[in-house]
Design a protein around this ligand. Sequence first.
Ligand code: MN
Length: 294
Amino acid sequence: MTTSTVAAKDILGIYRPGSSHMVGDGFPVRNLFPSNELDESVDPFLLLDYAGPQYFEPTDHPRGVGEHPHRGFETVTIVYEGLVAHRDSAGHAGVIGSGDVQWMTAASGVVHEELHEKQWAKQGGTLQAIQLWVNLPRAQKMSVPRYQTILNADIPKVQLAGGAGCLRVIAGTFQGWRGPAHTVTPIELYDLEVMAGGRAELILPQGQNTSLFVVRGLVSVNGSSDAGEAELIVCKRAGLSVVVEAREDSRLLILSGQPIGEPIARYGPFVMNNKVELVQALEDYKAGKMGHLA
Ligand code: MN
């Protein structure tokens, strides 16, 4: 077969970080959305923060973000470099390092902290990570909180055709390989590495919103202009095929998901369907109904 028989996704645009700020004192992030107001083009994803890469000096007091609540969605943390520790009011805890993923389903509400791991902080080092917020449908926003530690060793690593590179399946499926993450709605989340001059074709499920975040390198996607480090290539919903051509050795996070298509109401760490539910979330948090850290 010399030509693809699968319809290519058109490109909506290439976006640079729309804002940057510190989360707590340990996560210097560049935000791709919501700051770029992509909204329904990235549904079911709500937020993408790219942290670092930044070197932190040794300290006996681990940096990060202390006790704070979430309700109505999931936080997914992907670590490229460094060690991040999580602890929440539902009794879940975990430490993740290079290649690992934390998938925290806040749902009805948790209070948690996200800190540089203590021993790692003592030695100092470079942190590079991504945090995604994944929305939950109305029917699941008040379900029981859950936590998944997904280790590098549990993530299938698929070699690409022609020796172009490799793809790690964090969630969803790729060429018959299934990722370990349990998701509430259909989501494909891939860590893709393509060598300079290499080409990778991904066929995604019909009807999904697909975006590609460039962690390192320089790529063209479905004939787009070149996108470099910290840029996000957003595809239109129609079509199935995404072809990545790498100009340099490149690493991308591919996020694709079936849109939820419900109204979104946000207030800081809470994402619900309307204002009444946001007020309730704030009241429940203040009344201690999301618990406290032990
Ligand atoms: Mn958090």
